[in-house]
Design a protein around this ligand. Sequence first.
Ligand SMILES: *[C@@H]1O[C@H](CO)[C@@H](O)[C@H](O)[C@H]1NC(C)=O
Ligand SMILES: *[C@@H]1O[C@H](CO)[C@@H](O)[C@H](O)[C@H]1NC(C)=O
Ligand SMILES: *[C@@H]1O[C@H](CO)[C@@H](O)[C@H](O)[C@H]1NC(C)=O
Ligand SMILES: *[C@@H]1O[C@H](CO)[C@@H](O)[C@H](O)[C@H]1NC(C)=O
Ligand SMILES: *[C@@H]1O[C@H](CO)[C@@H](O)[C@H](O)[C@H]1NC(C)=O
Length: 948
Amino acid sequence: MGSLPWLAHFLCFLLFHLHFQASSSLSFSFNSSTSMLCQHDQSLALLQFKKTFSNWNSPYTKTKSWKEGTDCCWWDGVICDIGTGNVIGLNLSASLLYGTIHSNNSLFSLHHLQKLDLSFNDFNNSQIVSQFGHFSNLTYLSLCSSDFVGRIPLEISYLSKLVFLDLSGNYDLILETTSFKKLLQNITQLQELDLSFVNMSLVAPSSLMNLSSSLAFLKLVSCKLQGKIPDMSHLSKLALLDLSNNHLTLETMTFEKLFQNLSKLREVNLNDVNMSLVAPSSLMNLSSSLASLKLEHCGLQGKIPDNVFQQPNLQLLDLLGNEGLNGSLPRHDWNNSLQSLSLSRTKIQIHLEHDFINNLRSVETLDLSACNFEGSNLELFGRLTQLIELRLSHNNFSGQIPSSLQNLKKLLELDLSYNNFNGQIPSSFENLQQLHVLYLQNNNLSGQIPNYFSNFTQLSLFSLANNLFTGPMFQVDRLLSLYYLDLSNNLLNATIPPSLFTLPQLYTLVLNNNQLTGHFGPFKDNQLGYIDLGNNKLHGRIPSSISKLVYLSFLILSSNKLVGEVPSTICKLKSLQILDLSNNSLNGVIPQCLGNFSNALSVLHLGMNNFQGTIPEPFSVGCSLRYLNFNGNQLRRRVPPSISNCKILEILDLGNNNIDDTFPHFLETLPELQVLVLQSNKLHGLVKGSSTNYSFSKLRIFDLSNNMFSGPLPAEYFNNFKAMMNVGVNMKYMGSPNYNYDYSASLTFKGLEIELVKIQTLLTTIDLSSNKFTGIIPQSIGKLKSLKLLNLSHNRLTGNIQPSLGNLNNLESLDLSSNLLVGRIPTQLANMTFLQIFQVSHNRLEGPIPEGKQFNTFDSSSYEANLGLCGFPLKNCNSEKRQQPTASKEGDSESKIGFGWKPVVAGYGCGVIFGVAMGYVVFKTRKPMWLVRMVEGKRRRKPRRSNN
Ligand SMILES: *[C@@H]1O[C@H](CO)[C@@H](O)[C@H](O)[C@H]1NC(C)=O
Ligand SMILES: *[C@@H]1O[C@H](CO)[C@@H](O)[C@H](O)[C@H]1NC(C)=O
Ligand SMILES: *[C@@H]1O[C@H](CO)[C@@H](O)[C@H](O)[C@H]1NC(C)=O
Ligand SMILES: *[C@@H]1O[C@H](CO)[C@@H](O)[C@H](O)[C@H]1NC(C)=O
Ligand SMILES: *[C@@H]1O[C@H](CO)[C@@H](O)[C@H](O)[C@H]1NC(C)=O
């Protein structure tokens, strides 16, 4: 969390000028401008090159100064040889050039070029054409971060005079083995090489053995290299080595050789290199020149040697995430040049006492998150007055926040999150007004948020989430740098200061799960991109000024008390990806434009409101909705066929409306559909499945309950439900791939209306109950082996209970009650070992109830009102010739809703409830409360932030 996450991961060298200063052939002391130094053909070539770019005339590009009739040697970025007038250098770094460089570009006629820098432009997926290999005198080439793609041509290896090569930061470049080998063979004077982010997955790391021994600077970050790092001890001039973020391993011998032979090494970054085979004692022999050592997540195991901390010139030591690293720290003789130290997520024991703190006197950046502390005198940190960044999160520290931290006058970043600090934020914190980053989330802090934060005008990232703060927020008017604010999951119970919505830099605003009241807004056209105000007590209307937030991609206003209509100006929010207005009292007609205002929209949740009218349509071609939920409104008429334009739709929940239509067969064409809920509408007619093999093949939740469908059960669909046939193993919750947003859906389980706050990907259910289905239970249903719930109750099904149901050995709940089923209960059903709820009451069944396993656990309510069932828990089959029909104990009113509360409670009594034990159902409902309290999951939605 050190640097702001949206900063670039790396920087190209930007060394162009340094290189040129070293070059003696250059000088620009012209006395007369009358004689043209520039060669005419080269001048023309440059002018043509300039026209390659669509924005060549923009005032910001260097090429703006390139004018016909003037001496090209004076043009911005152009360097000539003073003797010959040849163009030998071109520096167009960060010139905002936009366009494609083809192989016939006039650039390639500038044969005399020795240095070429085109870094930080946008060449719009240009290939690096082979002509780049034809600048025979080139010593310096940088194409860094300029949107080049494709293969790096073999011809690059013709540049045999190269001293400097930087192709980094072009995310879709590929370097193949042959090209790399040739490059290493032919470019023998190379001193600096950066291929970071180039895909080198085909290159064997052993080829690094052939790197030119003149190399001083080697950076291969995130190159997808995999395998063993070879012996590189011949690189005796190497000063910087960065092989981080690949899939490399390093062995003890190689590691030791590296540091023994490379006496010039100053900076080493081996983050994510697997060093589990390297004994930490090898760190004892680091070369004395070393200034920076980064070994994050290297899998080092064992005791850390003292010398590491006593290394004479070491300024930066980063051991983060080596969870097997232990031992303790030397008490004395630390090197006093150490400026940055991270022992985060190691087991190295830290005695929090005077000696330790004395050793850190010069440290500016200190990361001791999730460390192995002994001692709790946190006030000692107040002595480290050089500190700029201090991270102490995830340490179980308790008590008050140490007030001595107020002495850290240089501190810009403070992270005390994920501890057990309690009480109020100390008043001494008032003195830390210079802070840019303050993380106090996930503690037990209480009281009001101090007002003095209104003076923290430098704050950029600020989180107090998951604490117990109450009362109003602080004044934010002057926090003009604030970018990220998270106060979610507290007890804030006042209005939101209107100025919050108009802060110029604010991008992320997370206030969900509080008790905030009043109205929100109005909005100005600022940077806001992420707003979560869910689960509060906000009222009033959605302000139409929200349409000014052109960068808004995430908007959650769910579970508040909002009223009125949704302003149709909301459709101006073209960047919106997640829109959740569910569980309010919004009414009126849903703006029709919501179906097609933006193909960026991924989640649209308007469930549990009072919307009337029809479902918005059309949904546009190219619609990229994954989640669509209108459950619990009063929407009428039809399911719009244009929904089939949303080809990646995964969840469609239109339950609990007044839709008066036939079954929307066109949904079959949605290849990704996993959840389809149409329960409790006025849908009617046949549900006749398609014969196409792929229809509904990913469907896992199919709920048509409580409609007026008729005719036979959709046996063809049962044949196509491939996802219900394969028992999955991958336990995940369904959610947005880009945001931390869990998909939810409303289902009815056994007469309980339940909102699944999260949907486990292993949950597979079919609910066709309370319709007018007739005919038999088709055999094909026995193929759906991963089904966990099957409810066919309250229909007019006839015939026998299908014995193939016994194959469904993942089934936990089977309800066939209130049909016209006859015959015996097949003994095969005894094979369903997870069955916890079994209901066949109100049919015409007779004969013995299967014995054993789960059948020992069902009580008589499972069987009531049949013709003649016998055996446990009813009367013994042999004792009487003829069984009396078992009577309903609870009376008719209850049997109408399947089976009522009692049997569910009984289910709990046995120590089991559907799904909860397995963890794949997290649900929430407004009734009954005891159930809510037991299983309700706390909603936590946060924007994803990378840790670095
Ligand atoms: C390349 O450099 C050599 C030696 O400095 C010089 O003789 C030759 O003319 C240069 N070639 C070009 C195309 O500039
Ligand atoms: C090395 O570069 C020269 C041109 O400078 C070229 O002719 C030769 O083919 C290259 N060799 C390899 C192995 O690429
Ligand atoms: C903000 O700082 C000013 C000047 O130091 C001080 O007078 C004022 O009381 C502070 N405001 C708050 C709310 O602490
Ligand atoms: C907010 O909550 C606190 C603590 O429960 C209470 O004392 C205060 O009266 C509440 N304020 C409002 C405006 O409801
Ligand atoms: C129960 O399952 C086992 C294994 O799947 C199978 O061999 C057996 O025939 C089944 N028994 C019944 C009664 O279906």
